[in-house]
Design a protein around this ligand. Structure first.
Ligand SMILES: Nc1ncnc2c1ncn2[C@@H]1O[C@H](COP(=O)(O)OP(=O)(O)OP(=O)(O)O)[C@@H](O)[C@H]1O
Length: 231
């Protein structure tokens, strides 16, 4: 494994409504390139809140976040949006695919947003991602013609289109059966091992978590333990 790709220093987070509540307490985290990490803990312990901060979508916190060794402090919203698009791919529990668009078009969308390549080049890259995930044959189907497992694979392909250095997932297998969860797990493992992309997943799924490189356990807004598999 190589350098640090994601780091937090002393992150605290308060919610103020209806009363002041501290939901994250002194979160210090360092994740390496190519590492496959899960964050787990009971409902309400702060996992999603942390993920929102790590993904730069929530900027209302104390402490400092570094992505690819760059501090996110004092960045404007357009700058953060650019960093998000370039550096981070997201996979959610619910896929949020656009039903009226084809699979290929869905995968292309974040690439078009970044405006880095011509449209036909993005289409080519999108096709490559679909093939990587073994769903090339679905390219021209509409998103609403797919099974749940296929939709989630398309959502992963979409997350990969801009070659992000970090892939973040919020319960990405939460809506899948065992077989499809396995497929999604294997994809993340492959991305981390072979493509050296960092994968950080929030999950309740203990079986999933137990097979990743490191499990970060949270309780009441604190990191209480980490378990590495020594890989
Ligand atoms: N917008 C908000 N305003 C006030 N409190 C909030 C807000 N969002 C979340 N919380 C509180 O912050 C704490 C952490 O919530 P968070 O959603 O991060 O937990 P979680 O570990 O992701 O839970 P789950 O596993 O159920 O998704 C909880 O006590 C929650 O009630």
């Amino acid at each position: 494994m190589s350098g640090t790709i994601l780091e937090t220093r002393h992150i605290d987070k308060f919610f103020h409504d209806p009363v002041d509540v501290k939901v994250l307490n002194d979160i210090n985290l360092s994740v390496s390139q190519g590492e496959f990490v899960t964050v787990t803990g009971k409902s309400g312990c702060g996992k999603s809140t942390l993920l929102y901060i790590l993904s730069t979508m929530d900027t209302d916190y104390d402490g400092e976040l570094f992505i690819d060794n760059v501090s996110m402090k004092n960045k404007s919203e357009p700058e953060l949006a650019r960093i998000r698009n370039e550096k981070i791919g997201f996979v959610f529990q619910f896929h949020y695919l656009l039903n009226e668009f084809s699979v290929l078009q869905n995968v292309m969308l974040p690439g078009l947003k970044l405006n880095r390549y011509a449209q036909d080049q993005i289409a080519h890259q999108a096709m490559e991602k679909l093939q990587l995930l073994d769903i090339g044959k679905l390219a021209n189907k509409k998103a609403n013609q797919l099974s749940g497992g296929e939709k989630q694979r398309v959502a992963i392909a979409r997350a990969l289109i801009n070659e992000p250095c970090i892939i973040m997932g919020d319960e990405p297998t939460g809506n899948l059966d065992k077989k499809n969860s396995e497929i999604v797990f294997d994809i993340f493992r492959q991305l981390a091992c072979e493509r050296k992309q960092t994968v950080l997943i929030v999950t309740h799924d203990q079986d999933f978590a137990s097979r990743t490189d490191r499990i970060i356990f949270m309780e009441d807004g604190n990191i209480i333990d980490t378990l590495s598999d020594g890989r």
